[in-house]
Design a protein around this ligand. Structure first.
Ligand SMILES: [Zn+2]
Length: 164
């Protein structure tokens, strides 16, 4: 299993103009697909609207919290669910791992419910799940990660999905 990932860390400056994103600043966070993984860039609102940039895999808007509230927290549940959904068609191992660990996080939050599992033709363990309030069946590949691998993937997700 490929375990060497290279994820650029989230920065707290605008990628385009270099302006520091300070408390109260509106920003757009964008994840760019780099094949085996994702790069996260944050932009100030003005630059996001004015600067030409490659198509992002996933984006969300946020506001930098006041300094006293700054602690490393994940983005909103809707962003997590959106990223989880966008990863559905990705076959890259790192992305399969991301999707599975996101599924675990969403299960813990009771936003995603496990229904059943089966082996597909390739022998992969496939979990059938659904979102709370939406019975559409979702297939999630269960990549058989051990505790340490799950912790690693969680910290990689943290580096791209945490608030700035
Ligand atoms: Zn800017």
């Amino acid at each position: 299993m490929a375990r060497e990932y290279n994820i650029a860390r989230a920065s707290s400056v605008c990628r385009a103009c270099g302006k520091e994103l300070t408390a109260g600043a509106e920003y757009v966070a964008a994840l760019f697909d780099e094949g085996v993984s994702f790069r996260r860039d944050d932009f100030c609102q003005a630059c996001w609207e004015q600067t030409p940039h490659e198509a992002a895999f996933s984006t969300w808007q946020g506001k930098v919290p006041p300094v006293e509230q700054v602690k490393k927290t994940f983005v909103d549940d809707e962003v997590l669910i959106d990223f989880f959904q966008r990863l559905a068609d990705q076959a890259e191992q790192a992305k399969v791992n991301f999707r599975f660990v996101l599924a675990l996080m969403l299960m813990r939050k009771k936003l995603l419910i496990y229904d059943a599992s089966h082996a597909d033709e390739a022998g992969l363990d496939i979990w059938t799940m659904h979102l709370r309030g939406d019975l559409t069946p979702l297939a999630v590949v269960h990549p058989e990660l051990d505790e340490q691998q799950i912790a690693e993937v969680t910290s990689q997700l943290g580096s791209i999905l945490e608030r700035p």
